[in-house]
Design a protein. Structure first.
Length: 365
């Protein structure tokens, strides 16, 4: 039976009953339509004995919940955890840990990389999950009973998926691999959006150098503005308009007004701010943030092919998806001389990384 937790007293009681649980299955429902930060609406939790949906919109003080989520003695089980962890991080600046991500665990157990939750539940539990509420309004109140049941199913079956995958990885001797992979997802720095790095999400790398510098400044301004007003980036200025502003470098509001995808209302409201950002950027020393690397040579292409075949053969032998071992980007970086990539560190190093280095050093056939 699913408990709906909607009062401080009920939350405190739930937290008390979950104290000491060796693991908790965890999921969230949130809305991100007209805001920069996601609006957390519901938190679903399940232990071996308890299934609960917490109405976080009805409870002002969530401290008892976070006390359980941040208990280092309790393993937190999620599927494809990144978005859930980001939303929870926005609440109190911390990440629930330790983590068992069933999507990563499934790949280590031989499933496809980034397998979906419904696919995994059907394969492991023989149940087909309903899809009716995947795009529902989770901020509406009261929540219909069928939506609560739908939300609860995400942790009800996650319990069994966790048990099965844990046992499989234990038999394969890969639980340490999973811990290593999951540890990368619990660093709070991964979930902080630094305005000065906002340009990295834009496709303006082939702009001339002065325009790249302007785009860096414009992206940082937009990120700060979106955070301050809690509005989506695209509501401040669209990506395409931002790139075009950097390219054209308008010097007046009139010149701004002819930029494609820049509505007149934005020009009226933000025009002078945008022009000030451009002037400040042009006063800086130009900064290149995109390196246009030359194509791989014929011999490098041959090396890349050899490495790809080696990864494919190793993946088949280990019963793993090849992309979990190394992506084409990973291998291209190796061929270009980088030795900092993930494939040469941790569990991958002994499984395939050392073989890749030997293959690179071997003379071409």
């Amino acid at each position: 039976m699913t408990e709906l937790i909607a009062t401080p007293a009920a939350l405190a009681d739930l937290a008390r009953r979950l104290t000491g649980a060796p693991w908790i299955a965890l999921d969230t429902e949130f809305m991100r339509v007209d805001t920069y930060r996601a609006r957390l609406c519901l938190v679903q939790l399940a232990s071996a004995e308890i299934v609960a949906c917490i109405d976080v919109l009805a409870i002002e003080d969530l401290a008892p919940l976070f006390a359980r989520l941040h208990d280092p003695a309790t393993l937190k089980v999620l599927h494809a955890a990144r978005q859930d962890l980001e939303v929870l991080h926005d609440q109190d600046g911390r990440i629930p840990a330790p983590l068992f991500d069933t999507q990563i665990a499934a790949a280590l157990a031989g499933y496809a990389d980034q397998v979906g939750y419904a696919t995994l539940v059907e394969a492991e539990c023989g149940e087909r999950l309903a899809k009716a509420h995947t795009r529902a309004d989770w901020a509406q109140r009261p929540l219909p009973e069928e939506m609560i049941r739908y939300a609860a199913d995400d942790v009800v079956y996650l319990r069994e998926v966790y048990r099965r995958l844990h046992d499989k990885l234990e038999q394969l001797g890969r639980l340490d691999w999973l811990r290593e992979e999951c540890a990368q997802h619990i660093d709070p720095a991964r979930y902080r959006n630094d305005p000065e790095l906002a340009y990295q999400r834009l496709g303006g790398g082939r702009l001339p150098l002065p325009a790249q510098t302007r785009l860096q400044a414009l992206a940082a301004w937009r990120e700060r503005t979106a955070i301050q007003h809690n509005r989506p980036r695209g509501w401040i200025v669209k990506d395409t308009a931002l790139v075009e502003i950097a390219r054209r470098n308008p010097a007046s509001v009139d010149e701004l007004s002819v930029i494609p995808d820049l509505p007149p209302a934005v020009v009226r409201r933000r025009g002078e701010e945008l022009l000030a950002v451009l002037r400040e950027a042009d006063a800086r020393a130009p900064q290149r943030w995109y390196q246009d690397l030359p194509p791989l040579s014929a011999s490098e292409q041959a090396q890349l092919s050899r490495l790809s075949e080696l990864v494919k053969a190793t993946a088949e032998r280990q019963g793993l998806p090849a992309t979990l071992l190394a992506t084409r980007t990973d291998l291209t970086a190796l061929v270009r001389g980088s030795r900092d990539g993930r494939v040469l560190h941790g569990w991958r190093a002994s499984i395939v990384g050392e073989d890749l280095l030997r293959a690179l050093e071997a003379p071409a056939a």
